[in-house]
Design a protein. Structure first.
Length: 266
């Protein structure tokens, strides 16, 4: 999906935007265009292979215990006649208005994150170039101070970008979980309208008649009752929205618990 590919692109843009000063402080960072130190292991004399210990002998086959005497159970009720249906979830999702809304919003946030990471990278490089120009007229203490300031800014920006990327991923997960919850209820609703009591994913069925497929009806009903979802805003932690119910939209499925029966008067 486009969201996943954009997440990977934004993550790469963030991880690769480190100047050499930060790399010197943290050897786990790799900067494209800068040589990465290669640590070669010291050569050691090859020792003679030690003799391998002989493992224990395999156990003999264990005989199975005898089965207990099973008495026949009383006859039970027959299950209803199976009436099958199929649904293609990817086809349903591709035509959902709510899914497109989530896709557009999340991809927009990821593009903005990648753009901000590029701007931060340009700022880091500018600071690094200014330090290189002024190094000849600065004292060792001043050079160390400016290097520390640059490294601190890089690490702080990196932390903010990673936190922002995590929030985008969590917002997408929360938004799609709303769609999945309603989708399950709508599949059951459409299946019951056709008298179906078993609905299989279309990818699990080799051959089936088109009349068994309820994907189009499910998609149509979903667009009626859930044209949009609640996507957590960017300026808050998305997990604070995880426990909040989605707004009731016109025509949405609402399950109301039955009222308690009134007490009888004596």
């Amino acid at each position: 999906m486009r969201i996943r590919s954009t997440v990977l692109a934004a993550s790469f843009a963030i991880a690769s935007a480190l100047p050499a000063t930060a790399m010197a402080q943290n050897k786990d960072f790799f900067i494209p265009g800068h040589p990465h130190p290669v640590v070669r292991p010291a050569t050691a004399p090859v020792a003679a292979a030690a003799p391998q210990p002989v493992g224990p002998a395999p156990l003999p086959p264990i005989p199975e215990p005898p089965l207990p005497a099973l008495k026949p159970l009383p006859p039970g009720s027959l299950p209803p006649t199976a009436v099958f249906g199929t649904v293609g979830v990817p086809d349903v999702m591709n035509g959902l208005k709510a899914a497109k809304q989530v896709d557009d919003v999340i991809n927009g946030r990821l593009r903005a994150l990648a753009a901000d990471a590029q701007k931060a990278q340009a700022t880091w490089r500018s600071m690094q170039e200014a330090l290189a120009r002024d190094a000849a007229k600065l004292s060792a203490a001043e050079i160390q101070k400016r290097r520390a300031e640059l490294d601190g800014k890089v690490l702080a920006d990196q932390k903010a970008f990673r936190q922002r990327q995590l929030h985008i991923q969590e917002a997408a997960q929360i938004a799609f979980s709303q769609i999945q919850a309603v989708l399950k209820a709508v599949v059951q609703q459409v299946a019951q309208s056709h008298g179906m009591n078993i609905v299989l994913l279309r990818t699990q069925v080799a051959i089936s008649a088109r009349a068994f497929d309820i994907s189009q009806e499910v998609q149509s009903e979903m667009n009626k009752i859930m044209p949009a979802v609640n996507i957590p805003p960017e300026n808050v932690d998305p997990m604070t929205y995880a426990g909040k119910p989605a707004p009731v939209l016109p025509g949405a499925l609402v399950t109301t618990p039955p009222a308690a029966p009134a007490a009888k008067k004596k």
